[in-house]
Design a protein around this ligand. Structure first.
Ligand SMILES: Cc1ncc(COP(=O)(O)O)c(C=O)c1O
Length: 383
């Protein structure tokens, strides 16, 4: 790869992160311990959640949330096809069935108006995704959930900084919100995630399930407190986060707000730079919400000189990497073949899936790089 190629998703790792990891390595406490406890506390402070359980990924956080609610074979979970595989895969892992409801064409979030019609006697949960960090219509979703006695589990992989009507992502009203700290996310721990909840009993269950179903974690078993026995109370999972990872997260979290401001600037520069092109730029942010600005996705309109793949190839030749968020899940062989889903059932997700691509969107980008990206997009668009 040439040195001036702008890759799609690259984290910011500076001397502070390197120092934090080195320090953790020197302590020889590498697994789940004091750094992870501190990271949980800081995320609780930042998101407003009362209880936080650090885990190895958002996929684990989603699975754990579903499992802690006892969701399993014979149950249905309503979610969106306009998401990453992990959202629906986590439902399949419990033995339950993911039931897709189409997304809105503008917000790219699940259409709350479609949810009610998808509820059956088997429905146990609604699993909305705050797409790209845009808050889903939580109040409408919570109303449907209340009417049918369903739990709401929020896929907040993109939404650490999201706010909805003054509520932070740990206060939006779902039973849990699940964060991701994957490499390309707004903050990273290399791999990692977090379950946020305000339900004490659920938090206790999720924590026990996150570590083999043991009644005491390693920190309380092996640190310098009095020796403790443990018992296996349920066959849990191995989903804990390491202190090495948490030490990166602690540094990154301190920079989250500053990085969001930089992404706000890049967003505005992109919006202005793409005006008049045969591209649909992201819809304006809904009033009384804060967008976490995780992805900048565009739709190639039918009057463009090239289609979506042509755009991506053209940009690649000009040294710009792109991504796709998303090829909707109902089109993937597993979901299409197992559940018989068709494009006609999800006209909006299908429309978007054929036309969308995402541009590099990191606070690491310099103004000169952003301008280079804009110029390249304008060139491919024939402007
Ligand atoms: C919407 C969404 N949900 C879930 C996940 C899974 O996150 P993780 O990689 O931390 O398991 C991702 C990751 O890309 C995602 O984008």
């Amino acid at each position: 790869m040439s040195s001036d190629f702008i890759v799609f998703g690259s984290p910011i790792i500076g001397p502070e992160e390197i120092e934090a990891v080195t320090e953790t390595l020197r302590t020889c406490w590498l697994g789940t311990g004091p750094r992870t406890k501190e990271f949980e506390a800081k995320i609780a402070e930042y998101t407003g959640a009362q209880y936080t359980i650090a885990v190895s990924s958002c996929t684990a956080a989603l699975h754990l949330s579903l499992a802690a609610h006892g969701i399993g074979p014979g149950d249905e979970v309503i979610t969106t096809p306009m998401t990453f595989a992990a959202t629906a895969n986590s439902v399949v892992h419990t033995g339950a069935t993911p039931v897709f409801v189409d997304c809105e064409r503008d917000s790219l979030n699940i259409d709350p108006k479609g949810i009610e019609a998808a509820v059956t006697p088997k429905t146990k949960a609604i699993l909305p995704v705050h797409f790209a960090g845009r808050a889903v219509a939580m109040d409408e979703i919570l109303a449907v959930a209340k009417a049918h006695d369903l739990v709401v589990i929020e896929d907040a992989a993109h939404a650490l900084e999201t706010r909805y009507k003054g509520r932070r992502i740990g206060e939006t009203g779902g039973s849990t919100s699940c964060l991701s700290f994957y490499v390309t996310k707004n903050i990273t721990t290399a791999e990692g995630g977090m379950v946020l909840t305000n339900d004490e009993a659920l938090a206790r269950k999720a924590r026990v399930l996150s570590l083999h179903g043991l009644s005491a974690d390693a920190w309380s078993r092996y640190s310098d407190g009095a020796p403790r026995h443990y018992e296996v109370v349920v066959p849990g999972y191995k989903y804990n986060l390491t202190d090495i990872a948490s030490s990166i997260g602690l540094v990154q979290l301190r920079k989250a707000e500053e990085w969001l401001l930089r992404r706000d600037e890049i967003w505005a520069r992109y919006d202005a730079g793409f005006a008049g092109l045969p591209l649909m730029t992201p819809a304006p942010v809904e009033p009384d919400t804060r967008h976490a600005r995780h992805l900048y996705t565009v739709l190639v309109t039918d009057d463009a000189p090239v289609d979506r793949d042509g755009f991506r190839n053209g940009l690649h030749e000009l040294g710009i990497g792109t991504g796709i968020h998303y090829a909707p899940l109902h089109r993937h062989p597993y979901y299409r073949d197992r559940f018989g889903y068709t494009d006609e059932q999800f006209p909006n997700a299908s429309f978007i899936g054929s036309r969308t691509f995402s541009l590099p969107f990191s606070p690491k980008l310099t103004d000169a790089e952003v301008d280079r990206i804009i110029a390249a997009v304008r060139k491919v668009a024939g402007a």
